[in-house]
Write a protein that binds this ligand. Structure first.
Ligand SMILES: C[S@@+](CC[C@H](N)C(=O)[O-])C[C@H]1O[C@@H](n2cnc3c(N)ncnc32)[C@H](O)[C@@H]1O
Length: 272
């Protein structure tokens, strides 16, 4: 597995669009156990890779939740993320894999708005709401133009984000589940959400209670803000950045998107 840093890497410079300490540095440790059951989206990306082929680029790849199965399936996969903590977990998992699997993976530390890879891809994916971390229009545009430049003609770009439902109760603390870590820690996640509709942002507060038989319970808190997006807005944004939306699905079974769908899975190509 190759790991390197983008020369243009700007993820460590100060950036006013990131207002809180990085969620993934604080909670990266719990990410994999938390999302261990989330596999449907990865199956979807594997299906698309089967149709269009590799190489694949996963933007904002985190701990490799989708990247690793794609590499294991035989594709050459590149990935990047701005969180060292998430990438460290990815590389730690891959270190135990066969040399030929590792050889197909290239992992960078880079920012979505400025990443540069020395090639183009048949498939580029931005899974699991990651794009919504870009809070400003300028950053969204820079990211999507960058994607268009890295996409092969005939290749596909896939981005999944949730379909915003603003009727959710605000500031209500909800228990989101309890998981047991390999080291015996029992981790309970509670979440409260607020909306800033004029700025199309939602701020989520996490309260994570961690207990273990031989220790007192402790609470870790983290907070992050994302910018939710409406269907038409995404289509127009992509168009303005050189990407044409071909299909939008509302789930991982390729059902067409409708206004009641929980999510929006955009499949696009480079504009001619
Ligand atoms: C919801 S996680 C998704 C991780 C992985 N793609 C998955 O599906 O499990 C969002 C990821 O986006 C990364 N991220 C946030 N802003 C970023 C940026 N500007 N450039 C690159 N990565 C970013 C975070 O570090 C985090 O790993």
């Amino acid at each position: 597995m190759r790991t390197f840093k983008n020369e243009e890497d700007s993820s460590e410079r100060s950036d006013t669009s990131y207002e809180e300490p990085d969620l993934y540095e604080v909670l990266g440790k719990y990410y994999d156990v938390w999302y261990e059951d989330q596999v449907d989206d990865t199956q979807f990306y594997l299906r698309l890779a089967e149709q269009v082929g590799g190489p694949v680029l996963e933007c904002m790849c985190g701990t490799g939740r989708s990247l690793i199965p794609l590499v294991e399936e035989g594709y050459e996969v590149w990935g990047f993320d701005r969180s060292h903590s998430m990438l460290d977990r990815l590389t730690a998992k891959m270190e135990h894999m066969d040399d030929d699997v590792q050889a197909r993976a290239s992992v960078h530390h880079a920012d979505m708005r400025t990443f540069q890879c020395p090639r183009r891809y048949r498939l580029i994916v931005v899974p699991f709401n990651a794009f919504l971390h870009l809070l400003e229009r300028e950053g969204q545009e820079a990211a999507l133009r960058n994607v268009a430049e890295h996409l092969e003609d005939g290749g596909r770009f896939v981005m999944s984000v949730f379909n915003p439902r603003l009727d959710r109760p605000e500031e209500l603390v909800r228990h989101r589940g309890t998981k047991t870590m390999l080291n015996g820690e029992i981790v309970s996640k509670f979440e409260a959400q607020t909306f800033d509709q004029p700025r199309q942002r939602t701020t989520v507060h996490y309260f994570i209670d961690i207990s273990r038989q031989d220790r007192e319970m402790r609470r870790v808190t983290a907070c992050f803000t994302i910018r939710y997006m409406a269907y038409q807005e995404v289509v127009e944004l992509m168009e303005s950045c050189g990407l044409e939306v071909l299909e939008t699905y509302g789930d991982w079974n390729f059902s067409p998107f409708n206004k009641n769908s929980d999510m929006m899975v955009f499949v696009a190509k480079r504009s001619p």
